[in-house]
Structure formats: C-alpha cells, structure tokens
Design a protein around this ligand. Structure first.
Ligand SMILES: CC(C)(COP(=O)(O)OP(=O)(O)OC[C@H]1O[C@@H](n2cnc3c(N)ncnc32)[C@H](O)[C@@H]1OP(=O)(O)O)[C@@H](O)C(=O)NCCC(=O)NCCS
Length: 151
C-alpha cells in the first residue's frame, strides 16, 4: 500500500499526541509542544500516513549554528511495527539532510532501547559518545552520528 510522507500540520496534532502517548511512557511531547514545533523554522515534523491515518512520525531539530541535523524523536504506531517504517523515515531524513548541505545526522538513544539502537546501527550510524544518566529515568544514552564526510 502507498505510504505518504509529508510535513505535519496543526490539523495533525491530535493524532501526533495519540501516537506519542502510545509510544513513550515518559517524556512525551504534548499538544503545546507539537504546535510550537510544527510552527518552528528550526524543527521539522514529518508524518508517515497511509490513507490519511498517521502511522509514524519523525521530529528533526536543525539549528542555525549547527551543521548537524538532530533526530529528536522517531516513533511508529505499535500496530505498524516491524515493517521498516522507521527506516523509511530515517532514510528520507538522511537524504534531505545531505541535499541541504548538512554535515550529517545525530541522535541520542537510551542504552536500554535495543530495537532503536540496532535500527540506527543497521542504517550506518556509529556511537560517538556515552552520555551518563542522560534520560529523566536515570538511564545512560548513546550519542550516535551518521557523518556525510566519512562516506
Ligand atoms: C524503534 C521503532 C521506531 C522502530 O520502528 P519499526 O518501524 O518497527 O522498525 P523496524 O520495522 O525496522 O523493526 C525493528 C525491529 O522491531 C522488531 N519487531 C518486528 N516486528 C515487530 C512488531 N510487530 N512489533 C514490535 N516490534 C517488532 C524486530 O526486532 C525488528 O527488527 P528486525 O528488522 O531485525 O526484524 C519503534 O519500535 C518505536 O516506535 N518504538 C517506540 C519509540 C522509540 O523507542 N523510538 C526511538 C527512540 S526516539
């Protein structure tokens, strides 16, 4: 079936919040945050839709003073997992970052999130830092990056 990736709009905020609550137990983004991010010039919120149903989203932060794009969040509806949707979104972002002239893509992931960690490794990300007690629940994180310079 055809999946459609497009920037989220304010009309998608309810669906984004629902998806976020299904995917993250702590630290989830609320309505106000999604509204602010959708309107922000330094954020990119992309949704992956099938027949107008939101199945996954990715949130990128780009800052004027940083050459790196940062994946702040990627999440797939539990009923749509294991189909490679996160890979589609991540590859889409890597391509866009490359075309925009970025140095590469960076992200942080909890050392306990093996599904996401393995996905990033398969995509070609490498660990560049260990971040002790990085998360609100005290878990350590990995900083990972996909550098265009080393390709
Ligand atoms: C991490 C996440 C984005 C991966 O999304 P995805 O599109 O399901 O990824 P994939 O299709 O590549 O599957 C990844 C792995 O999930 C597992 N998986 C397979 N089917 C699954 C299913 N029905 N349900 C759950 N997990 C499944 C498999 O181990 C698979 O690995 P494999 O490719 O070696 O078989 C998704 O699990 C998610 O939204 N998790 C909660 C939010 C999160 O942790 N985000 C990342 C940190 S910001």
């Amino acid at each position: 079936m055809v999946q459609n990736i497009r920037p989220a709009t304010l009309a998608d905020v309810d669906a984004l919040v629902q998806l976020e609550n299904k995917c993250f137990l702590t630290d989830h983004l609320g309505r106000r945050s999604f509204r602010r991010l959708i309107n922000s010039p330094s954020a990119l919120v992309l949704g992956l839709f099938q027949e107008h149903q939101l199945q996954a989203y990715i949130l990128i932060l780009t800052r004027n003073n940083s050459a790196w794009w940062r994946v702040y969040s990627v999440a797939v509806d539990p009923s749509c997992r294991g189909q490679g949707l996160s890979r589609i979104l991540m590859e889409h972002i890597i391509e866009r970052a490359l075309l925009s002239g970025a140095a590469g893509v960076r992200l942080e992931v909890s050392v306990t999130n093996q599904v996401a960690y393995q996905l990033y490794l398969r995509l070609g990300f490498e660990v560049v830092d260990l971040l002790p007690a990085y998360y609100a629940d005290g878990q350590d994180g990995y900083r990972m990056q996909f550098s265009f310079a080393t390709r």
